[in-house]
Design a protein around this ligand. Structure first.
Ligand code: GTP
Ligand code: MG
Length: 324
């Protein structure tokens, strides 16, 4: 059986198979070829059970849990339950987060998730930030010469492997990456000198916006650069609407700060507006909390209050003690 070097799927000459390729001698499946050359993405049927089995099957090898700092998914506690060995917590995409929040994020994970963490590091593959330190940690804690990278889809697992291979080996192999969910479809083993890195398919969070918007909107939702927080002093009954995908109504005067991609358009309304495509949720929020909308970002609320938030049908939310 030959596997696609880009996503790990079994190659097949059957057009109906997800691993379709014109010739079994090809290194890439058609889907990876199109993502890499035309930025065209073919959606796959996603099944977390299959992906959790991969996590359950990990031996006592060093495991890196990769989390996108900007998009901490609602199902992270479930993912963690499947990790039975010791892990290094790798918080990535630090380039998107306003500076000075490093310690706060590390503290947040310590306080809220029961993880067998041997070490924590904040990195950015995009900016090559702390990649040397990550490589040193891998060499220090590596116990079987196999190192697994696991975590939510889109967290940046494959990008980290590409960066490590690029920086510290002679290989020119790269794994396929994209801003859409489920890019990596099966485990991929790749040599980094005498260590074998093992990429795994990311766990999907089905309540995240990234599963439900078209690729044009997705490009706006996923930030490219450091986020500039946007503050609003809002009066009673005012609405803030983000594109056609999210709304928030303040029941009383309040201050909120949006941490979302700065490419999104935001409108403020001073009267009732129609949001027929969105579902209303009435929520109570404590002082200094974040309302997290998976895939979109979060809203920092300064004073405890009631709000109405408006979400697309399958999209979730959760509230946490503010990290910022
Ligand atoms: N800003 C920023 N973007 C990043 C960083 N690392 C990865 N990305 C982007 O995040 C998206 C997802 O990256 P991948 O490496 O494909 O993520 P993955 O965890 O392998 O995803 P799956 O294969 O679906 O599980 C891509 O668009 C990357 O370019 C980073 O450090 N900073
Ligand atoms: Mg991947």
């Amino acid at each position: 059986m030959s596997k696609c070097i880009g996503c790990g799927v079994e190659l097949s000459i059957d057009k109906n198979n997800i691993g379709y390729t014109t010739c079994l001698d090809n290194k890439l499946c058609e889907r990876c070829f199109r993502i890499r050359n035309y930025n065209e993405y073919k959606t796959v049927t996603k099944d977390n059970d299959e992906y959790y089995k991969i996590l359950d099957g990990i031996d006592n090898s060093l495991t890196l849990l990769i989390i996108d700092l900007f998009d901490i998914p609602s199902n992270l506690k479930t993912i963690i339950k499947h990790l039975n060995n010791q892990v290094i917590l790798v918080l990535t995409k630090f380039d998107l987060i306003p500076t000075d929040y490093e310690e706060k994020f590390i503290g947040y994970f310590k306080d809220n998730y029961s993880l067998n963490i041997i070490d924590t590091i904040i990195i950015s593959s995009k900016k090559n930030y702390h990649i040397d330190q990550l490589y040193d940690m891998i060499k220090k804690y590596n116990n079987t010469n196999k190192v697994y990278l696991v975590g939510p889809t889109n967290a940046g697992k494959s990008s980290i492997i590409n960066k490590l291979i690029y920086n510290y080996s002679d290989s020119d192999t790269t794994i396929t990456t994209s801003n859409l969910p489920s890019t990596t479809l099966n485990t991929i083993e790749i040599k980094l000198n005498d260590i074998t890195l093992i990429d795994t398919p990311g766990i999907i969070s089905f309540d995240s916006l990234i599963n439900y918007v078209d690729s044009k909107l997705l490009k706006k939702i996923i930030p490219n650069n450091k986020i500039k927080p946007i503050s609003y002093q809002i009066k009673t009954k005012q609405f803030i609407k983000i594109e056609d995908i999210f709304g928030i109504e303040c029941i009383n005067n309040n201050n909120i700060v949006l941490y979302i991609s700065n490419s999104l358009s935001i409108n403020r309304y001073y009267k009732d507006i129609r949001m027929d495509n969105l579902v209303k949720h009435h929520i109570n929020v404590d002082d200094d909390s974040d309302i997290v909308i998976p895939g979109l970002g979060f809203i920092h609320v300064l004073n405890s209050d009631e709000f109405n938030i408006y979400l697309l049908n399958d999209i979730g939310y959760y509230i946490r003690k503010s990290i910022v």
